[in-house]
Design a protein around this ligand. Structure first.
Ligand code: PEP
Length: 251
């Protein structure tokens, strides 16, 4: 059985004191759960205080991005070793906002993903089609390209630990959620492609999260789909009450 992951992407929100309060609020509500992984991904400046505030709980820490080099003259970038040093287990790679505003491509996603594994971090790799791509029936072509190019070259051991987040771009921060049927159709397709690239047994172990306007009101039905193994949550992860409600669906 795949252990579900509920990950909160805080984007560019929360200063250090706000981060402390949010992590403490989550630790007291869902910090003891062990049948699912609860991950918070604050901005870089709040990683350390989040790590400190989650001590003694089962919460896990993730970053929102990283660079693919260990060190050097790369002003403004953060190395994977620095994330490990701060207590990160996970790192989000290739979020659609990074692809849209910061020039990330499937090629840079692939470099970052391989480097994350080499550095002992688990990548949460984001893929998903835009509205224009969905409307012109290109969803599956886009997803296949993003998976084949973004997730190529992993060993079977690494691939098993990969986390994929299917995030239709038109559903991120828009209040429009994919229907559970639309999401399940995409997740099933992604798992099929992973089976072709790696092996069916490997694909069965890979967690595929849904992301895009997940809220307490719609999360239960989404999480009930066979190939949906959790959620990557933006807006609704910024308050302990709403994120905890999403986390605590019946398994
Ligand atoms: C995200 O940032 O990955 C996301 C899915 O955002 P939201 O839940 O706000 O749509």
């Amino acid at each position: 059985m795949r252990k579900p992951i509920l990950a909160g992407n805080w984007k560019m929100y929360k200063n250090t004191q706000e981060a402390k309060a949010l992590v403490e609020g989550l630790a007291s509500r869902v910090g003891k759960l062990s049948d699912r992984e609860v991950v918070v991904c604050p901005p870089f400046t709040s990683l350390a205080i989040a790590a400190e505030s989650m001590k003694g709980s089962n919460l896990k820490l993730g970053a929102q991005n990283m660079y693919w080099e260990d060190k050097g003259a790369f002003t403004g970038e953060i190395a994977p070793g620095m994330l490990r040093d701060t207590g990160c287990t996970y790192v989000i790679i290739g979020h659609s906002e990074r692809r849209q505003y910061f020039g990330e491509t499937d090629a840079t996603v692939n470099k970052k993903m391989k480097k994350a594994f080499l550095s002992g971090l688990l990548p949460i790799v984001c893929i998903g089609e835009t509205l224009a791509e969905r409307e012109s029936s290109e969803t599956f072509t886009v997803l296949e390209r993003q998976i084949r190019e973004g997730a190529s070259g992993l060993s079977a051991e690494e691939a098993r630990k990969l986390v994929v987040a299917y995030e239709p771009v038109w559903a991120i921060g828009t209040g429009k959620t994919a229907t559970p049927q639309q999401a399940e159709e995409a997740h099933k397709f992604i798992r099929q492609k992973l089976a072709e690239i790696y092996a069916p047994a490997v694909a069965e172990e890979i967690r595929i999260l849904y992301g895009g306007s997940v809220k307490p009101e719609n999360s239960k039905e989404l999480m009930g789909q066979a190939d949906i193994d959790g959620a990557l949550v933006g807006g609704a992860s910024l308050e302990p009450e709403s994120f905890s409600k999403i986390v605590t669906f019946d398994l």
